[in-house]
Design a binder for this molecule. Structure first.
Ligand code: PHE
Length: 369
């Protein structure tokens, strides 16, 4: 009888332990399908790797709940609501495109659930918010870095800007670039517009090329950049094509081919950064798992996960409010993409300049804040 009782007791104790151990749910709001699906795939690869390497926190298993925002603003907000209300996640990682994070952020804010964006660079993403953070630099810096590089390193003096009118990222980055470029003494010869899904850019290019720019600055996403580059080259444009972080996806080269050779863009990561011991750890584990080169989105998502996990650890709790407070107090966190200290939701980090060369993205320098 005593033996029986102690077995029963052992079972009760064990199941209570298992039950209370439970899991900590973290939601993921990424564009897995739709126009920028490549962004979601690259980010998810980095996130899965981080989760595989560090699957637990506070003695509990971390459970990632991935939902596809279909590269769409409304869907991005719906996903945030579903993650919070139906899945009861303790925090959210996402989104990628700034416009989507601007739509989803207020939902997290209202529900008091912390959100960490891996890649959204528009300044408004975190501005005036208590629950939204990011691990990437912001566009005032990215635009300035691009302008400095174009003017000083490439000797570009005249630039035509072609931007996407419905993406906050594109509009913001174009403005920040122009501001520094003009301050340096450069000339903006004109600004032209397109929307996502456009495939014919001859009207914009005709007008832009008639102003004889040394370079085109296209702060958009890879699907339109690759097509626009092809058409610009077909029309005989020989100058530089400069872009922001939204250029980086294997599809840029697959679709752009020879037309994107020599294209320069600002971004977040290169193994050469050696930002911390985590850079090498990430590069080694990533190339072993995926047998391909690392990319900015994978590295940023890797860092978003680890930063959030670190905050949960420091909070000593999975209470969303406590996680938020710990996120706000992040200091000197050693990520793969840089050392992160959060100030008003944002870190301060270096930008990498990359170039397309022989069908590959290669390192071409970096700009410090
Ligand atoms: N910075 C882009 C945005 O805010 C997203 C992005 C980051 C895309 C890095 C590709 C690589 O919309």
């Amino acid at each position: 009888m005593r033996k029986f009782l102690s077995i029963v007791l052992a079972i009760v104790v064990f199941s209570t332990l298992v039950f209370s151990a439970g899991t900590i749910k973290i939601g993921v709001d990424f564009p897995m399908t739709g126009v920028v699906a490549a962004f979601g795939q690259m980010s998810w690869d980095g996130l899965k790797l981080a989760h595989e390497m560090y699957p637990t926190v506070l003695g509990k298993q971390i459970e990632l709940v991935l939902m596809d925002n279909k590269s769409d603003k409304t869907e991005a907000a719906n996903v945030a609501s579903r993650l919070i209300e139906k899945e009861h996640v303790k925090a959210i990682i996402g989104c990628i495109c700034s416009s989507n994070t601007l739509a989803a952020g207020p939902i997290a804010e209202r529900a008091h659930v912390p959100m960490v964006s891996s890649a959204s660079t528009n300044p408004l993403v975190t501005q005036g918010k208590k629950y939204v953070f990011r691990v990437c630099f912001t566009d005032p810096f990215q635009g300035k870095a691009a302008a400095l590089f174009a003017y000083k390193q490439l000797g570009v003096k005249k630039v035509a800007v072609i931007l996407e009118v419905s993406q906050d990222y594109s509009i913001g980055l174009a403005n920040f670039f122009k501001k520094t470029f003009k301050k340096l003494g450069g000339k903006i010869t004109g600004t032209y517009f397109y929307v996502t899904g456009d495939v014919d850019f001859t009207a914009q290019l005709n007008a832009a090329l008639a102003t004889h720019p040394d370079a085109l600055y296209v702060p958009g996403y890879y699907p339109e950049i690759s097509l626009m580059a092809r058409q610009a080259r077909q029309m005989g444009f020989k100058g530089y094509i400069l872009c922001g972080d939204g250029a980086e996806a294997p599809e840029l080269i697959k679709i752009g081919g020879k037309a994107v050779e020599g294209l320069y863009y600002t971004t977040h990561f290169d193994p050469k950064m050696a930002a911390s011991e985590m850079t090498d750890k990430f590069v080694k584990a990533y190339t072993e798992k995926y047998h391909k080169n690392t990319d900015a989105l994978g590295a940023l998502a890797f860092d978003a996960y680890l930063l959030l996990r670190d905050a949960i650890q420091r909070a000593g709790s999975d209470d969303p409010q406590k996680i938020r407070d710990a996120l706000e107090n992040t200091k000197g966190f050693k990520g793969a993409t840089g050392i992160i200290t959060i100030h008003h939701g944002d870190p301060t980090k270096s930008a990498v300049i990359k170039k397309v060369e022989n069908g590959k993205f290669v390192y071409a320098g970096f700009v410090n804040p």
